[in-house]
Design a protein around this ligand. Sequence first.
Ligand code: ADP
Ligand code: 5GP
Length: 184
Amino acid sequence: MLFVLSAPSGAGKTTIARNMLRQFPSLRFSVSATTREKRPGEEEHKDYYFLSREEFDRRIAQDGLVEWEEIYGNLYGTLRAEVEHALSAGSHMLLDIDVKGALSVKKRYGDAAVLIFIRPPGLDVLRGRLEARGTDSGDVIDRRIERAAWELDQAPSFDHVVLNDDLYRAVQEVADIIETRIRK
Ligand code: ADP
Ligand code: 5GP
């Protein structure tokens, strides 16, 4: 199964994803490719494959990406090798990708993809979390909030919607969804 966590930036999906990887040792994280700069503390091949624009374009041309999107001026994409290797080995995967990317994965993999939307309590809270995270400039935060309104409208297309007001409860809810699907 492909468990896809999506949400507007700042809603908490990275925090929840890390938690799921700790709780479910059999779950593998799909490391995406991106052209964005590495943030302090991020590791190559663990958080992302950090590629140049040329290298990313080459992957697109070689059909090496399951889906890709331009987000806030950078390219992000799911590597075909990551996903197909895991699926052929019978492993479950966790993807942390944007809303459009999630819908593309669903189109391609159908019932094998479980889409989980992480909903923030509101746009003000979202802005507050992005500011508190301290990894983005004011400009970038503005762009993330602008995109969030459209992303929130896509929630009904997801298999599950989890409100992340209380982190502990949200983590538990996502864990229950994964547990139930893995056991089926
Ligand atoms: P995303 O990956 O969706 O962009 P993050 O997981 O980086 O979001 O979370 C954004 C910020 O909000 C982080 O600093 C995180 O610690 C914080 N955060 C996540 N969930 C909650 C919550 N329920 N309540 C308060 N802060 C939260
Ligand atoms: P960030 O720059 O905060 O790491 O990520 C920005 C956005 O890109 C997030 O919504 C994240 O989920 C999304 N993202 C990360 N990897 C991929 C990917 O492979 N494909 C798509 N479509 N979005 C991705």
